[in-house]
Design a protein around this ligand. Structure first.
Ligand code: ADP
Length: 486
């Protein structure tokens, strides 16, 4: 695959300039499709993060970025959207090489990334305050203002999309940003930061410091110079982020994954539901926070529905990005091993494998491929019904009636998304309104989709909302002015 690696792996990107990390250390970048090292990224640390935060502080308070009007900021975001679109194929190749995902998925991710900058470019000058009736002789307006410097720690599953999703709204409201992308895959965020400088973003508005989570990530989360932090990743690290935010008395958003259910009633249209359900758990090899990884089926239609899902799964194939099949490899050997751990524990408990897809012939030996799998019936308390596998694994369970469906749908610690499938509109709505999840689809499901749609968790899936106009509130704070006049 012909990929412009050099333009993405030049070091840390601070104040619109590249330089090596202070330590001079680097991290090997491994292609998940063949397990081979194909690039090196800088291993940023405390000193690099400190410099990035200072550059952002200057940008937020003194530099040209701080003096720009909302419309000017919006125009820059829109220009970056165009710059990303203009280089869509180059970026998709980079993303596919770095993450292993099929080219069609990588292309869709770059379109989504550009769309974040487009959406928030248009929204930047549309966030306004209110006036509040108060005592006679007073005039009280409110204004949405940026925090100042926002920190962003993002995961490896959708590097380009996550970069757009987290910084575009923060920039739109006038923050300067410091991003710590994931060490497993961060070439597109680095490249897009460079494109942003080319599009005219003033120095310090966007800083990207790659590095290990426990070094660069911890340094950013604990830095006393940031005013807000947005994190997407595991619940364990989410706890550390929230503790660090608490120590610094700053706010945070946490998006910590899910175990999102599809609730399939007997009257659902299986022709529509089955392909969507299968896709939502194999998309990105199941490495999607909002993957629909539990299928809850009304008992009266269990055999028929499961049969249809089995047929679909048997056709699914994992391959390299160029093969462009249903899914790619998982991100690394550790993740592959983790998924296989679920498989061996399920075998110990004799949980039936209902169907398995294939790994395409001809994939490189060193690639981290996992064939998609369905388990069922999975006992309600089993880890396959409770824990996020983050792999192409669907767990099927059955329910008796509407009340049982709701109980089961809400029966995990997570609450990110849900899909309700039924032709009875009233029932679908009744159930949807009782499911504890940040987004609930009816007769549809979009894992990771919808730039316009507020997204985030309830329960252990986290708090705060990204995407949509809502993210502009999340990344800004409110100032109230109390003005007395005669
Ligand atoms: P995953 O298990 O899916 O890799 P993580 O929560 O470990 O999810 O990683 C998500 C992001 O958090 C990555 O950018 C990673 O480098 C970062 N990270 C990991 N550990 C820490 C930490 N101790 N402090 C701050 N960030 C971290």
């Amino acid at each position: 695959m012909n990929v412009h690696i050099d333009s993405a792996a030049k070091g840390v990107f601070i104040g619109n300039r590249w330089r090596p990390s202070h330590s001079g250390r680097t991290i090997d970048v491994v292609a998940p499709a063949d397990g081979k090292v194909f690039a090196k990224i800088a291993a940023g640390g405390i000193a690099d993060i400190d410099e990035a935060v200072k550059a952002a502080r200057y940008s937020a308070e003194e530099g040209p970025w701080s003096r720009m009007s909302a419309a000017e900021r919006g125009r820059l975001l829109s220009k970056l959207a165009v710059a990303i679109s203009d280089r869509a194929e180059e970026l998709a190749l980079l993303e596919a090489r770095d993450t292993g995902k099929p080219m069609k998925q990588a292309r869709a991710d770059i379109v989504a990334c550009a769309r974040y900058f487009e959406f928030y470019g248009g929204a930047a000058d549309k966030l306004h305050g209110e006036t509040i009736p108060f005592l006679a002789g007073y005039f009280v307006p409110t204004e949405r203002v940026p925090f100042g410097v926002t920190g962003h720690i993002i995961p490896w599953n959708y590097p380009a999309q996550m970069f757009g999703r987290t910084i575009a709204p923060a920039l739109a409201v006038g923050n300067a940003t410091v991003v710590k992308p994931a060490e497993e895959a961060c070439l597109t965020p680095l490249r897009i930061a460079e494109l942003a400088a080319g599009a005219g973003f003033p120095e310090g508005a966007i800083n990207v410091v790659p590095g290990l989570g426990e070094e660069a990530g911890a340094a950013l989360a604990n830095h006393t110079g940031i005013d807000f932090i947005a994190f997407t990743g595991s619940p364990e690290v989410g706890t550390l982020i929230q503790i660090a935010a608490a120590k610094n008395h700053i706010g945070c958003t946490l998006e910590l994954g899910g175990k999102s259910p599809h609730v399939l009633f007997a009257d659902a249209d299986l022709d529509i539901a089955v392909p969507v359900i299968a896709n939502t758990v194999v998309q990105n090899a199941g490495q999607t926070c909002s993957a629909g990884s539990r299928l809850l089926v009304e008992r009266s239609v269990y055999d028929k529905a499961v049969g249809r899902v089995q047929e679909k799964f048997k056709t699914l194939q994992a391959g390299t990005p160029e093969m462009d099949l249903d899914l790619g490899p998982v991100i690394n050997a550790a993740q592959q091993k983790r998924i296989e751990g679920f498989f061996s524990r399920a075998a110990e408990k004799s949980i039936p494998v209902l169907a398995e897809g294939k790994i395409a012939t001809g994939v490189p030996e060193g690639g981290y491929f996992v064939a998609p799998r369905i388990y069922g019936p999975v006992p309600r308390s089993n880890e396959l019904a409770q824990e996020e596998v983050f792999g192409p694994v669907l767990s099927i369970l059955s329910f008796e009636d509407e009340a049982d469906a709701i109980k089961l749908a809400n029966g995990t610690e997570f609450g990110l998304m849900a899909g309700i499938w039924s032709k009875d509109g009233s029932r679908a709505l009744r159930v949807a309104r009782q499911v504890k999840a940040g987004q609930v689809y009816i007769n549809a499901y979009g894992a990771g989709g919808g730039i316009e749609l507020p997204f985030g968790g309830m329960k252990k899936s986290g708090h705060g909302r990204e995407k949509g106009f809502e993210a502009l509130y999340e990344f800004s704070t409110l100032k109230t002015m109390i003005i007395k006049h005669n």
